[in-house]
Ligand binder design. Structure first.
Ligand SMILES: Nc1ncnc2c1ncn2[C@@H]1O[C@H](COP(=O)(O)OP(=O)(O)OP(=O)(O)O)[C@@H](O)[C@H]1O
Length: 209
């Protein structure tokens, strides 16, 4: 339900220790994300955007602070979180349909009902004629849409998007960012997206690090 808190980021700090010394990547960051909200984290290169996503996803531990999703503390990767990266990471030897089904296959949930749901997503978002094509037969923007549908296929409660448009040229980036925000809103998904491109920010609530 909209207005209900889904994610709570509480006083997160992260210090990386290397042979050259230490880097304070995040310093006491706190924010909440409500269900159905799409939040963008905007900031220059090196300000800690990827670090905060890795911590929210449970892939990395913070030096201090806590992340809660639905009131539950996140300490390791979790099936309720879907991750979409800069590059689409589609498997070139699998068709579009087989690519979007991969998460369900891994989770042993490739059943008739889920296949129907994924087919509906492909049909609704302009990929109905491309289900049996291979990724290299699609444009960069279409491939990003496929990558998003593959992430949605596992029905995550929260989507984390790490600069999902950065591999695209400027024109496609505007079109695809419009596209993706439309899909997320229509499917009533909650998402946190990081970007260094201020142009993408017009679609989302912005949080500057
Ligand atoms: N594994 C690591 N070991 C040491 N320092 C790191 C490590 N990962 C990131 N850092 C440092 O932490 C800071 C934040 O990095 P991070 O990748 O989170 O930033 P970012 O905002 O995502 O950058 P970009 O937009 O360039 O991807 C940077 O100064 C970076 O050099």
């Amino acid at each position: 339900m909209k207005g209900t808190k889904l994610v709570e980021i509480k006083n997160i700090s992260k210090i990386y220790h290397t042979l050259d010394g230490e880097t304070r990547a995040l310093d006491n960051i706190s924010f909440d994300v409500n269900k159905g909200e799409i939040v963008t984290i905007v900031g220059p290169s090196g300000c800690g955007k990827s670090t905060i996503l890795s911590i929210i996803s449970g892939l990395m531990k913070p030096s201090s602070g806590e992340v809660f999703i639905n009131g539950k503390k996140i300490e390791k990767p979790n099936k309720t979180i879907g991750y979409m990266f800069q590059s689409d990471h589609l498997f070139q030897w699998r068709t579009i349909m087989d690519n979007v089904l991969i998460g369900l296959e891994i989770q042993n949930k490739k059943n008739e009902e889920n296949i129907k749901r994924v087919t509906r997503l492909l049909d609704t978002y302009g990929l109905e004629d491309f289900k049996h094509h291979f990724p290299n037969q699609l444009s960069g923007g279409m491939r990003q849409r496929v990558a998003l549908i593959r992430t949605l296929a596992i029905e995550p409660e929260l989507l984390l998007l790490d600069e999902p448009f950065s591999a695209l040229d400027y024109q496609s980036r505007l079109a695809v960012s419009n596209d993706i925000s439309g899909i997320l809103k229509r499917e009533q998904k909650t998402a946190i997206m990081v970007t260094h491109d201020i142009a993408e920010e017009r679609w989302f609530k912005v949080l500057l690090l």
